[in-house]
Design a protein around this ligand. Structure first.
Ligand code: ATP
Ligand code: MG
Length: 510
């Protein structure tokens, strides 16, 4: 219940069945500045009672006792003090009156001074209670306001945290928050699982240095950070090897934001780590692989430039052929490099159409038959049905078939057979290329489709063919873009069967 407003002129309700008493009280109180309401019995009291500063009430009354009036007042006007008066005081009624919450208990006749003093105390008590109530209400309102504010801010924080967590967890890069002075990992997103092989819980609280290959490597990172700070830079970038949980390394690009306090002291580092192993390896491979044909080309060109006038036709033709071959080799490598980077950055657009895989494979068999015959290799075909349709990008799947046939010929010895197979299998179309060539060492099979992974497969072409080591990586990406699968079965020294399967409808079978 809300506290009643304070009453400007002190008001008293007098309840007594004797008119003479009522009048006497009225007179005394009015002469002291009180407004006085009166009631002669309990029913009248319940009718007339209004919010007032005090109730003066006889105990023995017709139609209900003074204790009833006390209960009524406590219930309906809880802030109004009730002073009970009686001509027949008894310990029981006094005790009952106090138990029911009477403010005071006076014995008649009541002297004017005693009456006024008791009323003053009652009124002050009421005012204090009201003040207390007001303060409590204010306090409660303030607390509610505060609670609401805290709830709002907590919600906002939760939302922004959820947003940030979702955001960082959708990132492919690993985000670390490092606290000073130990560069301890305070926060890390889910990408740490994929890139470093750690569960976030395993690495939280650990020093960041644990992810560096050695102390020196971490010192380089630290030095760079000190240098950046003293140059007034809040960002730094470093590329260096980092350690995965399984002990292997990645080439990591680490972009760090340095958070400083007002006095310039480093308090936090936010480091975003990107695995650039493939990128750096790919650049390395391409640079390395392009170097030899390019130096051959420049060497030959220099000879041509100086001896051109005196050179015979046959030598000239030989030189030009070599130049042509090396240029084509570089072109092939660059084409593949571009293909891989395009696919790597998610840029594989598939032009899907209904394709008869048997026709497609046959086209490539025709195309490669000359190359095969030059190496005395026979291309055989074995298809379950003449029509095996599936929805795919004919050109891109053609590249896959071409690379598999090219490899089979490249890694087969003269006088052997390469067999092309196609069949339908559980909602997929399966294509296989089986050769009787070198085969692949079982421990190297894992590197086959990784292209520019750290290790190259040791099998070398049996003729003078070019081997860049990117073809199968491209095949894998193309097949996977079609929701298909690619694999190999091989026994080293006894040939290999490379295969891929594509969902008939362009979607993987359930
Ligand atoms: P390119 O990029 O020109 O295709 P590549 O043929 O060497 O060069 P991939 O097709 O990716 O590269 O094959 C990767 C490696 O796998 C090859 O270098 C070779 O060592 C091995 N390999 C591929 N196919 C066969 C095969 N049929 N038999 C044995 N080894 C193979
Ligand atoms: Mg190849």
């Amino acid at each position: 219940m809300d506290a009643p407003a304070e009453i400007s002129t002190p008001t008293v309700m007098v309840l007594d069945d004797e008119e003479i008493v009522r009048r006497a009280l009225m007179r005394r109180l009015e002469s002291s500045g009180y407004v006085v309401h009166t009631a002669k019995d309990y029913p009248e009291f319940t009718e007339r009672m209004v919010e007032c500063d005090a109730v003066l009430c006889d105990i023995i009354l017709p139609g209900g006792s003074g204790l009833d009036a006390l209960k009524f007042t406590r219930e309906h006007f809880p802030y109004t003090p009730v002073i009970l008066m009686t001509g027949q005081p008894s310990y029981e009624t006094a005790a009952e009156a106090i138990r029911l919450g009477a403010f005071d208990y006076l014995t008649k006749p009541v002297s004017k001074t005693n009456l006024l003093l008791t009323l003053e105390r009652a009124i002050r008590n009421r005012q204090l209670m009201l003040e207390k109530q007001r303060l409590e209400a204010e306090n409660k309102a303030y607390r509610l306001q505060l609670e609401e504010k805290v709830a709002q801010q907590t919600q906002a924080l939760r939302e922004s945290q959820e947003f940030l967590t979702t955001l960082t967890n959708t990132m492919a890069d690993v985000v670390f928050s490092l606290s000073m002075p130990g560069f301890n990992i305070d926060y890390v997103n889910q990408s740490v699982i994929k890139i470093f092989g750690y569960q976030p819980g395993e690495i939280l609280g650990q020093p960041f240095s644990q992810l560096f290959i050695d102390d020196l490597s971490f010192a380089v990172f630290n030095q760079k950070q000190i240098g950046a700070l003293s140059a007034g830079n809040s960002q730094m970038r470093i590329e260096q090897p980092m350690l995965k949980k399984d002990g292997s390394t990645i080439t990591a690009e680490v972009v760090s934001t340095l958070v400083t306090a007002e006095d310039g002291q480093l308090v936090e580092v936010i480091s975003v780590v990107r695995d650039v192993t493939e990128r750096s390896f790919l650049f390395g491979v391409v640079a390395h692989e392009l170097r030899s044909p390019l130096s051959l080309v420049t060497g030959f060109l220099q000879v041509l430039l100086s001896d051109f006038a005196t050179m015979d036709q046959a030598s000239l033709a030989r030189y030009l052929q070599t130049l042509n071959k090396q240029s084509l080799r570089m072109l092939h490598m660059l084409d593949e490099f571009l293909d891989v980077t395009k696919i790597e950055f998610g840029d594989v657009t598939l032009n899907r159409e209904r394709v008869n895989i048997v026709d497609l494979v046959q086209d490539y068999v025709d195309e490669f038959s000359y190359l095969a015959s030059k190496k005395d290799i026979v291309l055989k075909e074995k298809y379950d049905k003449p029509l095996l349709e599936c929805v795919c990008d004919a050109h891109k799947i053609g590249e896959v078939v071409a690379n598999l046939i090219d490899n089979a010929i490249k890694y087969s010895h003269p006088g052997t057979t390469v067999q092309l197979m196609a069949r339908q299998e559980n909602g997929s179309v399966w294509v296989g290329v089986k050769d009787e060539g070198t085969g692949i060492k079982s421990e190297e099979i894992q590197y086959l489709f990784k292209g520019f992974s750290h290790k190259r497969v040791s099998t070398k072409p049996t003729g003078d063919e070019v081997s860049t080591g990117l073809g199968l990586a491209i095949c894998k990406r193309i097949v996977e873009a079609h929701q298909g699968k690619i694999g190999v079965e091989s026994t080293f020294g006894q040939g290999a069967t490379f295969w891929f399967s594509l969902p008939v409808n362009g979607f993987p079978p359930k």
